[in-house]
Design a protein around this ligand. Sequence first.
Ligand code: FMN
Length: 253
Amino acid sequence: MIAYFSATGNTRLVARMIAETTGDTAEYIPDIIASGKKVLESDRPFVIVTPIFAWRIPRYVEDFVRDTEFKGEKGIYFVVTCGGEAARADRYIRRLCGEKGLDLLGIGVVVMPDNYVVFFEPVDRDEAEDIVRKAVPTIDGISSRISRQEPLEYMTRGGLVKSTLVNSMFMRFYTGGRGFRSTERCTGCGSCARMCPVRAITLDDGRPRWSSDCMQCLACLNRCPEQAIEFKGRTVGRRRYVCPFDDPSELRE
Ligand SMILES: Cc1cc2nc3c(=O)[nH]c(=O)nc-3n(C[C@H](O)[C@H](O)[C@H](O)COP(=O)(O)O)c2cc1C
C-alpha cells in the first residue's frame, strides 16, 4: 500500500510510477484522512511517498504516520522527492519509525524540479520535463528494489543544521498562513480553497484567507489558474510550477 502527499504533482507521479511496478495502489494522504480511515492494512511493506519541506518530511506527513495504525506488515519504505537536497531528513524518518515500532526498510531520494517559488524561480516547462526524464532511472531503480523488498540506500546532500535549526526557522516564519495574499487578478473562483490539502483556505467576501493550519505546501500559489496568489513580496513576477507529467504513461511514450 502506497500513501503519498503532493502539492504540485512531482510526488504523485513518483508514487504512481512505484505503484505501477509493485502492483500496489497509490492513495493520496488527504483523501485517506478525509475518509476517516485510521488503520491501514497490507501484507507487503508500506510505502510513504512525500516531498521534502525545509530538509525534513512535512509535519503533516509525520502526523499522518503517527496517527495511523499499520496492520499486517511492519516493514515500511519512505521515498522523498526534493529539488536537490533532503539533508538529514532521514534522522526524523528513523525516529518516527522507531516511535511507531515500524521496520524502516529504506529511504529513496528522487530529485525533481524545485517548486519552492518563495526562494527560487522555478525552471520552465522544457527544463522541468528534462529533470523529470532524468529522474526516471532513479525512480525505476527504487521501484524495483521495493518490489523485490530489497533495502534502499539513502543518498543525498546537505548537513544536519539544515534539517534541525533551519527547519525550525522555516516552521516559525513560513508556515501558519501569514504572508499569503491574493491580488487584483483573483476572480474568487475558490479553486485554491478546494485544492488546499489541509483545508486552510476559506473564502471571505470572495477572497481567500489562510488559516494557521497552512503548511506552505504552495499548492494554492503554484496552481492558481489566474496566478493571483503571492507570498510576501517574494514571488512576484516569478514563474509558477506544476509537474509537466500527470500519468507515468506520458513518460513511456
Ligand atoms: C515549503 C517547501 C520547502 C521545500 N524545501 C526543500 C528542501 O529543503 N530541499 C529541497 O531539495 N527541496 C525543497 N522543496 C522542493 C520540493 O521538495 C520539491 O519540488 C518536491 O518535489 C515537490 O513535490 P510536489 O510537486 O509533489 O509537491 C521545498 C518545497 C516547498 C513547498
